[in-house]
Design a protein around this ligand. Sequence first.
Ligand code: GYE
Length: 333
Amino acid sequence: MKKSFLSTIALAGAAALALTACSSGSDDGGDSSADPGSGGDGELITVGFAQTGAESGWRAANTESMETAFSEENGFELVFNAADNDPAAQISAVRGFINQGVDAIVIAPVVEDGWDDVLQEAADAGIPVILEDRTVSASDDLYATWVGLDFEEEGRMAGAWAAEQYGGEPTNMVVLEGTTGSAPANDRAAGFSAAIEGTQIETIASQTGDFTRDGGKSVMEGYIAQYGIEGIDLVFAHNDDMGLGAIEAIEAAGGVPGEDIKIITIDAVKDGMQALVDGKINYIVECNPLLGDLAAGLVKDVLAGNEVEKTVYVEDQAFDQAAAAEVIDSRAY
Ligand code: GYE
């Protein structure tokens, strides 16, 4: 997708809004210009939200943020669908929203490809589409705006730390990939690979664990069966949950996660940060799931005919064990 970063001021605003979502959860999305209701006469705005599913701690936090922001008191009636990570089911849910005649559709797309037809159908029906979290490969003419994180940059940050810590000596790395075909799996892999290029880190195996704890655990069990604890130096998991599953597999095989096998993950949700503080994970790059207020503000802006940015990025940070210990008690997710 095309990338156009917001200006520093706009980004600061985005961060402030994300922060609002953490603290009160009841802000109106930061846009006071649009009346609730597409008719502007006080009726609720009906929004169909096609969520990926419930695969991870990140997803739970994202769903909660969306449900809080798209509340009745903020002027919305939310029609929620979770597709259990099934791209076809998600597309039918979006078709359902179109048939129902909702005012706007918000999608967190499971995978990048396959969206052209249904997005065109929404456009033909005059229903604006706002993407949150994951991106699509379809033309950006087919949706109004997207709000989310820079997944490639997240992968790059994780890879840069790996390169610095382990890149100077031969290091056997296994990868736990996110859902195949999803934007975060594709982009995090690309960012990480670019950052470790030219180092002595070698990817000896890479498979999907579908962003779930069980998936991460069973793929890691397979890696341990094949290479042994001593044959693996480093795990790069595309999210915390798969890293947490890998920890279970390593411990069950008698290894010490974070020591015998180092672990790097992405998300920085509560359980992941706790494992980092406990020394079982070595580094986590954040992926902020609190996108609800920004998404709700964008929906109101788009319906009010206000001009919006095509891409709205929220910034992430990264934590080693010491940094995690300092912030863990003040984290909102
Ligand atoms: O990292 C993972 C979730 O799309 C950014 O999806 C999101 C990813 C997140 O399942 O935990």
